[in-house]
Design a binder for this molecule. Structure first.
Ligand SMILES: Nc1nc2c(ncn2[C@@H]2O[C@H](COP(=O)(O)OP(=O)(O)OP(=O)(O)O)[C@@H](O)[C@H]2O)c(=O)[nH]1
Length: 310
């Protein structure tokens, strides 16, 4: 104990040792009776350093109010002897501005009543690191959105259907769903009449008109080319059939006369409705709806073919 105290006296009385430790972000809290000190560290600002006595909870006043409760809880565990190791990330007021600090430390020695006498820790300014981490996270989220979106038509794409089906396909045998596959009729011919660029414009117009028939919970995705999938989570059969009819009508009402003479557009729709079982997945429904679409095409296009899955 005496030699420990002596070592601490050297540490606190020799500013070069304390400063050297501070250079590698290490600080020491000496709480032995008679020596209530905190060695130099990155944390203390001028105001903090001017404190003449050491209060083990005082530094928490410098922690950002939003981070304080969590930080205080972790620090109280140290003070009360529930834990010897402290670890936290929080914003700390340093010379008038909040900086993000990562702080980790451990109690080296406790008094008989359990209060910490000697604590050694390391703190590090991670403001820039956090900024870069947040930027990276935002960029990751942006890329994740891009991957599941058709950036030409600005609606979800096939990958969305593949990766997000757990969000809309509930296979518990009692939650209804309708899956519709929509395909523009004779689009190849429209492309020929209007050029590929004109065909692109028609695709945009098609999506705009279909979208006027949708509720926020309806999911319209581009499967590829001129084929689209419409998922109606929790829809009744009546709702799904009425929706399909309204889309058929909305597409029929598209006026292409400004683009050329005798041009018209229609859509064929395959519709499947049911209560998915655990043995089924979204693609079970998609394939059935696609088969219904094929039937609609074979029967003359511009129509809806439906099937209820048992
Ligand atoms: N303009 C344009 N055309 C596309 C795009 N993607 C696919 N296509 C074309 O869309 C056409 C799709 O034709 P199909 O669906 O196979 O045939 P269809 O003429 O629509 O005939 P049915 O489906 O039987 O009514 C093809 O000619 C593709 O080249 C796109 O992004 N823009």
């Amino acid at each position: 104990m005496a030699s420990k105290q002596k070592a601490l006296d050297v540490l606190f009385n020799d500013p070069s040792i304390s400063a050297a430790l501070a250079r590698v972000n290490v600080f020491v809290i000496n709480h032995y009776s008679g020596g209530r000190d905190v060695s130099a560290s990155l944390i203390p600002n001028e105001d903090f350093s001017a404190q003449t006595s050491y209060d083990p909870l005082m530094w928490l006043e410098y922690v950002h109010p939003d981070d304080r409760a969590e930080t205080e809880q972790a620090w109280q565990a140290i003070v009360q002897g529930d834990s010897d190791v402290f670890e936290g990330e929080y914003r700390f007021l340093v010379d008038g501005e909040y900086r993000w600090i990562a702080n980790k430390g451990t109690v080296i020695n406790r008094a008989e009543d359990g209060t910490p006498e000697l604590y050694i820790g390391a703190d590090r300014d991670i403001t820039e690191e956090r900024r870069l981490r947040d930027l990276l996270q935002a960029e990751k989220e942006r890329l994740a959105q891009l991957v599941i979106k058709d950036d030409f038509l600005n609606i979800p794409n096939r990958r969305y259907l593949e990766t997000k089906q757990s969000q809309f396909f509930i296979a518990d045998g009692r939650t209804p769903i309708a899956v519709l596959v929509l395909d523009i009729d004779n689009f190849k011919q429209l492309n020929t009449d209007l050029t590929h660029h004109g065909g692109d414009e028609v695709l945009h117009t098609f999506v705009r008109h279909v979208s006027t028939c949708l509720q926020p919970t309806d999911i319209l995705a581009r499967y590829g080319g001129d084929e689209f999938v419409l998922v109606l989570p929790k829809a009744t059969l009546d709702y799904a059939q009425a929706k399909a009819q309204s889309i058929l009508d909305a597409v029929n009402s598209i006026d292409l006369s400004a683009m050329g003479e005798n041009l018209s557009i229609s859509v064929s729709i395959g519709l499947v409705h049911g209560l998915p079982e655990v043995t089924q997945d979204f693609w079970t429904y998609f394939e059935e709806a696609d088969a219904q679409l094929l039937l609609a095409k074979e029967l003359g296009k511009e129509q809806i073919q439906s099937k209820v899955l048992g």
